[in-house]
Design a protein around this ligand. Structure first.
Ligand SMILES: [Zn+2]
Length: 63
């Protein structure tokens, strides 16, 4: 069974807040997602926090 976690990030291109559903299986992974607001591709890095939460860092593709 997969657990999906809702995470809030800010788009690195347009700054809009975006809600993402992160699969816990994605921990430690990097993947590219298009911003639903401005359509710019952003690189998402999914990292586990010590308290069990999930942290997602978004950066512009190519940085
Ligand atoms: Zn955007």
């Amino acid at each position: 069974m997969n657990t999906l976690e809702e995470v809030e990030i800010s788009c690195p291109a347009c700054g809009e807040g975006i809600s993402l559903l992160i699969d816990c299986c994605d921990l430690g992974q990097q993947y590219v997602e298009d911003c639903p607001v401005c359509c710019a591709p952003m690189v998402l890095t999914v990292q586990p926090e010590p308290d069990g939460d999930i942290r997602v860092e978004a950066s512009r593709e190519g940085d």
